[in-house]
Design a protein around this ligand. Structure first.
Ligand code: 8DG
Length: 140
């Protein structure tokens, strides 16, 4: 089975979480996810995340701590190992290239979305967090 290493960003602002819906024509189309993508050879996960957000939204981000441990899910096309990191925007262009929809939600609402299956542990973890208390290195 093919292993696919993926990073996602839990982008937060004013206590809200940004969630994105995958375009219909992609693998796992129309499911909600954390924006991000595959880790490429030689990249640190945090570097992949910054590159993906630049590609997908044309935005710069700051990457913080992991939301929870890496979750693995066996899809028919391979096993995705997904790690989600807290992040925040430095710019906000939001060019929608890979997504059909984005919205800001309260953490508790994360439990109601139709997520890509690998995302469910991270979504559940975030649903219990007061996002206003999430700190980034530069805040210390
Ligand atoms: N970006 C992202 N991908 C996820 C999440 N959850 C999840 O199972 N995946 C899967 C979907 C894809 O198989 C893989 C990430 O690849 P990707 O986002 O680059 O999407 P893709 O395969 O459609 O694009 P490509 O690089 O092949 O062009 O991980 C998530 O929260 N974010």
């Amino acid at each position: 089975m093919k292993n696919i290493y993926v990073v996602g960003a839990a982008l937060i602002e004013d206590g809200k979480l940004l969630v994105t819906k995958r375009n219909s024509d992609r693998i796992l189309g129309d499911l909600w996810e954390f924006p991000g993508g595959k880790i490429e050879q030689g990249e640190l996960p945090q570097e992949s995340l910054k590159r993906e957000l630049k590609e997908e939204f044309n935005d710069e981000i700051i990457v913080g701590d992991k939301v929870t441990e890496t979750a693995s899910y066996e899809y028919e096309f391979g096993t995705v190992h997904l790690t989600v990191y807290y992040a925040k925007f430095l710019s906000k262009n939001f060019d929608l290239i890979a997504h059909s929809k984005v919205k800001w939600i309260d953490p508790a609402e994360a439990l109601d979305l139709n997520w890509a299956p690998a995302d469910i542990p991270a979504a559940q973890a975030i649903s219990k967090v007061n996002l206003r208390e999430v700190r980034f290195d530069e805040d210390h």
